[in-house]
Design a protein around this ligand. Structure first.
Ligand SMILES: O=P(O)(O)OC[C@H]1O[C@H](OP(=O)(O)OP(=O)(O)O)[C@H](O)[C@@H]1O
Ligand SMILES: NC(=O)CC[C@H](N)C(=O)O
Ligand code: SF4
Ligand SMILES: [Mg+2]
Length: 485
């Protein structure tokens, strides 16, 4: 792996990830709650996990490759994480490399004491900041974008620890939901556009922050509210204080959380993910109807949209594909090889049901096309008479620079082909995607094309922040993005 330019690796630590964060202040055995919370957020990152606790005198950290279970269900590990405050992180990276140094929470001893940070999102100017910090003498321990935040805090001249963090965050661009553990308290913060989610909850006297509400449910905590875009909250022995240190901006929460990333039992930005997915399915059925015997979901994340499609169209919903629960998500597996294998291992046709039937398959998205190619063929092999496909998001044509694993444009099927060419490629009888306006309608909104209410850049190319690193490292790609819109 190259360390001079961490983003230019072979199949390395690319800026394409999705993570989950959790933090708790004021509970005995805080790390135990974090382990449970992270377990509920496991779908957001399966590469690595970490917990840092603070016992009032010392910080304790354990970071490991792999899942939460297997690492944080061990007594010997949990005993070494004492204290009434703790944060944790589940990480995804597109590389197979076992980069323990990049596993979060990242930790440093600063002038004000220990500083641990867990980050969901990606900074679109991390390379530029890193180069500047390097020139000023910063010595980086990892190749993660998140570490620039620590160095910016460490070198800030602002008066208080909180002001130093705010000063640091004013210099970064891109997406960040953060949990930060310091001797002065637990801090949670959402970037000015609120691109990535972050919620606050309560369990007895304890205050909790988490990427999704399912992490509150798992420990029996109650949901208080979403953090607002641009809000920074500090909780410590003196209570809870909320700051809005950034210039006010129109929120742009990620629409893809509703399409795929969040768990269907989560409430994201005040809306039930399950309900939205069903609405998307209903909208899709109105936009792209088809006469078939059965509606068949591509499990798992295609299921709620398929229910909506079935209910709206009146066509029976049936489980024509059975999914093994012992295989992880393919979309966020490290290499194409593993992805292919994952798809084969993961799904099997319910042949007795499918034989002789015309079906419409419902999936949430087509990214590289790996899943669709396999599944359509699997349905034909099982004897389906006609195989149509409907997708509960618009064509994914652009890469995400804000923390989601969409590959570079060259590997996005929809960036390379027309819908008709995609239909031919996946060998379906017909193929249709929901429109971007239909997707907003499913969320109860009318998309404002001049000021979209959400980040929908992977469908529209309308990126809500500057992409400084891309513009500087690959001006051609940057210009191509503008031209493609
Ligand atoms: O076009 P592709 O590159 O194959 O990517 C798209 C597929 O990946 C995701 O599913 P995945 O199997 O990862 O997870 P899920 O079980 O949550 O649906 C997504 O739901 C699509 O099915
Ligand atoms: N996907 C994420 O949100 C990960 C956070 C951070 N960019 C990292 O590389 O670890
Ligand atoms: S580009 Fe797509 S996946 Fe990334 S934050 Fe925006 S909507 Fe979400
Ligand atoms: Mg899927």
């Amino acid at each position: 792996m190259l360390t001079t330019n961490p983003f230019e690796t072979l199949d390395g630590d690319k800026l394409r990830e999705e993570c989950g964060i959790f933090g708790i202040w004021g509970a005995d055995n805080a790390a135990g709650f974090v382990a449970l919370g992270l377990h509920a957020l496991q779908h957001r990152g399966q590469e690595a996990a970490g917990i840092t606790s603070y016992d009032g005198a010392h910080f304790h950290s354990h970071r490991a490759m792999g899942h939460v279970a297997g690492n944080f269900d061990r007594d010997d590990v949990m005993r070494k994480l004492p204290g009434r405050a703790a944060i944790g992180h589940v990480r995804y990276s597109t590389t197979g490399e076992t980069a323990l140094r990049n596993v979060q929470p990242l930790y440093a001893e600063l002038n004000d004491g220990g500083f641990a940070v867990g980050h969901n999102g990606n900074l679109s100017n991390a390379m530029k900041l890193r180069r500047t910090l390097n020139r000023r003498g910063s010595i980086f321990q990892s190749t993660s974008d998140t570490e620039v935040i620590i160095h910016l805090v460490a070198t800030s001249q602002a008066a208080s620890p909180t002001d130093r963090l705010i000063d640091a965050l004013k210099q970064v661009e891109g997406a960040y939901s953060l949990v930060v553990l310091t001797e002065q308290g637990l801090i949670a913060c959402r970037d000015p556009l609120g691109i990535r989610p972050l919620v606050m909850g309560k369990l007895g006297e304890a205050t909790i922050f988490a990427s999704e509400t399912v992490a509150l449910d798992v420990i029996g905590a109650s949901f208080i509210r979403d953090l607002d875009p641009g809000e920074l909250v500090i909780v410590n022995g003196s209570g809870l204080r909320s700051f809005r240190p950034f210039e006010k901006a129109s929120a742009r929460p990620c629409i893809f959380e509703h399409v795929y990333f969040s768990r269907p039992d989560s409430i994201v930005d005040g809306t039930s993910v399950y309900e939205v997915r069903k609405n998307i399915g209903a909208e899709l059925s109105r936009e792209a109807p088809v006469q078939v015997d059965l509606v068949v979901p591509v499990p798992d994340s295609g299921v709620p949209a398929a229910i909506g499609y079935s209910q709206e169209s009146g066509i029976p919903f049936e489980l024509g594909i059975i999914r093994s629960h012992y295989v992880g998500r393919t979309f966020i597996q490290p290499s194409q090889e593993v992805r292919h294998l994952g798809v084969k291992l993961k799904h099997n046709a319910n042949s007795a049901l499918i034989r002789g039937k015309s079906i419409v398959l419902i999936d949430d998205s087509i990214v590289r096309g790996t899943t669709s190619v396999k599944i359509v063929q699997m349905m034909r092999d099982a004897g389906a008479r006609e195989v149509h496909m409907r997708i509960a998001s618009p064509p994914t044509k652009y890469s995400c620079f804000y923390g989601v694993d969409t590959p570079e444009r060259a590997k996005l099927l929809a960036a390379q082909m027309s819908i008709e060419a995609m239909r031919d490629y996946i060998n379906a009888d017909s193929l249709a995607f929901i429109s971007i306006d239909g997707l907003y309608r499913a969320l109860g909104q009318d998309r404002d094309p001049n000021a979209p209410q959400r980040c929908d850049a992977c469908f529209t190319g309308d990126y809500p922040t500057r992409l400084t690193d891309l513009a500087e490292s690959d001006p051609d790609a940057s210009l191509a993005l503008v031209a493609a819109r």
